[in-house]
Ligand binder design. Structure first.
Ligand SMILES: NC(=O)C1=CN([C@@H]2O[C@H](COP(=O)(O)OP(=O)(O)OC[C@H]3O[C@@H](n4cnc5c(N)ncnc54)[C@H](O)[C@@H]3O)[C@@H](O)[C@H]2O)C=CC1
Ligand SMILES: CC(=O)C(=O)O
Ligand SMILES: [Mg+2]
Length: 373
């Protein structure tokens, strides 16, 4: 198969869809790979390294899209990229369609086969292609939050861990999944007081077992969310209902009553965000302030540590990229129900139920849509 990798064009996005190591694996399996010039240069993956791995270097994204059958990316295709998508393309990347009406429309109109990393599943019911970036974003959320608590950033002027004789800051983590667990580990490492809320009691049980009395676990309800948001210095939004728009758990009215200089880090912003006042920001301008509360809502947090993230992402995506290339998208998805769960759009049909529900669009079962491939 002809596998193409364009350079990412989202603001401050330096990740790249394939590492030279992954290119070498594809080429070893008999595939042709083309990479846009400079696609990995910002994180030390030079055109020469890609050539050595067996890729051809092409001068523009247009050239890559024109040549390729499968496009492997990191972020959702931007408007100019969507115009280059054709019915014969298989697109393999993050999509986050639920809150993104324009992208959903364009992908349906493109006729392409669009497989979203974030809805591919595994046999434990987890999301293996989201997990590595959730690990990164969860760890970063505390780093970002600690920075935002500094006075110059509009924060309360608090050191997360306090110092001997001065109490630490209070961190409330809403959602104890992959992002939440990684945020907790970092917050504890820095000496903060930590509360985690989740609706899944098994998740709370596992966290309680892991940390015994070092953190508090709380069942998530309207009331408990309100209490622990109002008490917090730093709140991490880390909830997910797979594929669906994030629930707005923290209302604008609650945010008005938070401590002045408190900080919200809405990691769930890529699914629309779980704070009512959240709007997506970029690494160039990551924060804004509403009602004296600092909001950090960067939708591609792992892009800031792009070399680590690219390698972590490729470790997870490579087996699926190889399966699609080796078997073709149709057979690969027929053989693997977990990969099939990644199919969001196929030949003009929307094949992911919660996206269709969120946007009031017609839904077609993924398996039925595959018959058109
Ligand atoms: N902004 C960014 O750069 C990045 C954002 N993300 C996003 O972070 C979010 C979380 O991802 P993961 O941790 O991997 O998901 P996950 O599925 O591992 O964890 C989500 C948790 O939220 C919990 N939850 C659901 N409803 C809840 C409620 N009402 N109250 C409390 N908890 C609730 C679930 O029980 C689950 O434990 C996703 O939206 C994901 O796309 C992930 C990576 C990077
Ligand atoms: C998960 C995601 O959206 C990201 O890594 O940018
Ligand atoms: Mg994102």
């Amino acid at each position: 198969m002809k596998v193409g990798v364009p350079k990412e064009i989202k603001n401050h996005e330096y990740r790249v869809g394939l590492t030279p190591t992954a290119v070498r694996e594809l080429v070893h399996n008999g595939h042709d790979v083309a990479v846009e010039t400079q696609a990995g240069a910002a994180i030390g993956f030079t055109d020469d390294e890609f050539r050595t791995a067996g890729a051809e270097i092409l001068p523009t994204a247009e050239a890559v899209f024109d040549w390729a059958e499968m496009i492997v990316k990191v972020k959702e295709p931007q408007a100019v990229e969507r115009k280059m998508l054709k019915p014969h393309h298989t697109l393999f990347t993050y999509l986050h369609l639920a809150p993104d009406v324009a992208q959903t429309r364009d992908l349906i109109e493109s006729g392409a086969t669009c497989i979203a990393y974030e809805t591919v599943t595994d046999r434990h019911g987890r999301l293996p292609l989201l997990a590595p970036m959730s690990e990164v974003a969860g760890r970063m959320s505390i780093q970002a939050g600690a920075h935002c608590l500094e006075k110059a950033q509009g924060g309360r002027g608090l050191l997360l861990g306090g110092v001997p004789g001065v109490e630490p800051a209070k961190v409330t983590v809403i959602g104890g999944g992959v992002v939440g667990q990684n945020a907790i580990a970092m917050a504890i490492g820095l000496g903060a007081e930590v509360v985690v809320l989740d609706k899944n009691i098994d998740t709370l049980r596992a966290l309680d077992h892991q940390y015994s009395n070092r953190i508090r676990t709380v069942y998530s309800t309207r009331e408990s969310v309100e209490q622990h948001v109002l008490e917090a210095d730093l709140v991490i939004g880390a909830v997910l209902i797979p594929g669906a728009a994030a629930p707005k758990l923290v209302t604008a009215e609650m945010i008005k009553r938070m401590k002045p200089g408190a900080v919200l880090v809405d990691v769930a912003i890529d699914q629309g965000g779980c704070f009512e006042t959240s709007k997506a920001t970029t690494h160039a301008e990551p924060t804004y302030i509403i009602d004296d509360v600092v909001h950090y809502c960067v939708a591609n947090m792992p892009g800031a540590v792009a070399r680590t993230s690219t390698m972590a992402l490729n470790n997870a995506t490579l087996p699926f990229t190889l399966a699609i290339a080796n078997k073709g998208p149709k057979q690969a998805m027929l053989d693997d129900a977990h990969l099939l769960n990644g199919l969001n759009v196929c030949k003009g049909k929307l094949t992911y139920k919660s996206v269709a529900e969120d946007q009031g669009l017609e839904f077609v079962e993924a398996k039925a849509a595959l018959e058109q491939l």
